[in-house]
Design a protein around this ligand. Structure first.
Ligand SMILES: Nc1ncnc2c1ncn2[C@@H]1O[C@H](COP(=O)(O)OP(=O)(O)OP(=O)(O)O)[C@@H](O)[C@H]1O
Ligand SMILES: C[C@@](O)(CCOP(=O)(O)O)CC(=O)O
Length: 474
């Protein structure tokens, strides 16, 4: 049976409020989807390619050696679909006698491999396990990775999908959640390709719930930990207030290949046969950036180690629960109030921008002050002094309403809410162009700051027209 080619995209994210708090179900996070998307196409492999076996070939043509081939077969005893890498980053495994396990692991793409294994296992558990070979192409909007300044300011327009000309491992990520968008779009594309419409439909609420549950399971497995999942949730549902799922939903199933993985995964995703019901909450109503404002993301080239920071913050909270919870309660109150302030600014009839957005500006100040207290007490540089300096300087630019260190904070990025006006952008660009981080006590080298072209976007996962990608597919 020849199936129709499909294309699905999912957005990046910024956790504007609720970093760390969102790890705990008692609290929520305010996450905005961004208009930088990861696009995934799936189509039949042309018969002339010589591929007749059970193979899925994947390419990510914007990067060097970014081609992977996977064999798949149904594991015995309901172990799901076993997926084996046949070729990683351009090298065929059987031909490379000198290929060590270390080389293999370096060049594997765990996010792609795990997602294919989870998606095919789920598909096989629902329908006939006859899965035809397919070709997958991944295309990422340019802002997921830093583009050389020469290119961005050069005379030629930057192509829609820039060829970064480096291996993915060498590309500088801008922290927009590439892995969550990739896992979500790839899962959605594989389900749409292999399952009949009546079993899976990305455009329905039920389809989005299936996709959310399966993409969370695959993303957690690939990451080797169960995080809050706000990034996958916004990749599926777009901008929202997010309350996480109980981690135990994903900590009880056996590994792929092990007895009953297939039916366990199906029951987790479908919330069937006594499997736990997913208890995450997505609130989209009232989450908006007022007309006339926009979000701006600034990439700071120093970078932070998020997992280490999360561990330290959680260890401090465990050691000093009363001290931490006082901050958590106050921060949560302000985070929720920020949503209300944004909504009110959208509704009031006040034309003077300074007055219209004054409450939002004040709210950002309160949130930042609490984050600095959290940094101080935990000893983790969530809003370190260099970021305070940068945020204060940005806020002094006329037209900037406020800003924060998003997500886990650190030296990664700042997120700003500004008046949606070219002059404001130009003023900010001028400030950032001359900005240089001084080397801090934490040993962070003097990095630069650049403004990304992204802004907020309300919509989550989207079924796309296949035709728009043809020129980018080899
Ligand atoms: N265009 C792409 N093609 C193939 N794989 C990709 C692509 N973009 C990202 N990936 C996969 O996602 C991994 C990066 O995921 P990681 O979670 O480290 O970053 P991120 O999600 O962008 O970061 P953050 O959570 O800080 O926003 C890469 O190592 C690669 O495996
Ligand atoms: C610290 C945390 O709450 C947010 C991390 O966000 P980001 O990856 O820095 O965008 C962790 C999580 O929610 O999984």
């Amino acid at each position: 049976m020849v199936r129709n080619a499909v294309a699905v995209s999912a957005p990046g994210k910024v956790l504007l409020a609720g970093g760390y708090l969102v790890l705990d179900r008692e609290y929520t996070g305010l996450v905005f989807g961004l208009d930088a998307r990861i696009h995934v196409t799936v189509q039949a492999i042309p018969t002339s390619s010589g591929v007749t076996l059970n193979e899925i070939v994947v390419q990510s043509p914007q990067f060097q050696d970014a081609a992977w081939e996977y064999g798949y077969r149904l594991a015995e005893r309901d172990g799901g679909m076993s997926v084996t890498p046949l070729r990683v980053s351009g090298a065929y495994l059987p031909r490379l006698h000198s290929y060590s396990d270390a080389d293999l692991n370096l060049n594997r793409n765990i996010f792609i491999e795990t997602t294919i294994s989870y998606a095919l296992s789920y598909i096989a558990s629902l329908s006939s396990p006859m899965i035809s070979p397919a070709s997958v192409t991944i295309l990422a909007d340019n802002d997921y990775y830093s583009t050389p300044a020469s290119l961005a300011s050069g005379p030629d327009p930057v192509p829609r999908f820039h060829n970064f000309d480096v291996p993915i491992s060498k590309a500088h990520k801008t922290g927009l959640g590439s892995s969550a968008a990739l896992v979500t779009a790839l899962t959605g594309a594989l389900l749409s390709y292999y399952l009949p419409r009546e079993t899976y439909d990305t455009t329905t609420d039920l389809g989005k719930r299936q996709l959310h549950n399966l993409a969370q399971a695959a993303h957690c497995a690939a990451q080797g930990k169960v995080g809050s999942g706000f990034d996958v949730a916004s990749a599926v549902h777009g901008s929202c207030i997010y309350r996480r799922f109980s981690p135990c939903i994903l900590t009880r199933h056996v590994e792929p290949g092990k007895r009953n993985f297939g039916s366990q995964l199906r029951d987790i995703v479908n919330e069937s046969h006594g499997s736990l019901e997913w208890d995450h909450e997505i609130l989209k109503e009232g989450v908006k950036v007022p007309k006339g404002l926009r979000l701006v993301m600034c990439d700071v080239s120093c970078g932070s180690q998020t997992p280490g920071m999360v561990k330290q913050v959680l260890a401090w909270r465990k050691a000093k629960p009363a001290e931490a919870n006082e901050i958590w309660t106050e921060l949560h109150r302000n985070n929720i109030a920020l949503v209300g302030d944004l909504r009110s600014a959208a509704e009031i009839a006040e034309h003077n921008p300074a007055r219209r957005y004054a409450d939002i500006t004040k709210r950002f100040h309160s949130i930042r002050a609490l984050i600095r207290t959290m940094s101080e007490k935990s000893g983790v540089p969530i809003e370190p002094p260099e970021q305070t300096e940068l945020l204060d300087a940005c806020e002094n630019v006329p037209g900037v309403v406020g800003g924060v260190v998003p997500g886990a904070g650190g030296y990664d990025a700042v997120a700003l809410l500004i008046q949606d006006d070219e002059d404001v952008i130009a003023r900010l660009q001028r400030l950032l162009a001359g900005w240089k981080f001084r080397t801090s006590e934490n040993g962070v080298a003097g990095g630069r700051v650049s403004m990304l072209g992204v802004r907020e976007e309300m919509e989550g996962v989207r079924v796309e027209e296949m035709g728009q990608y043809r020129e980018w597919m080899t």
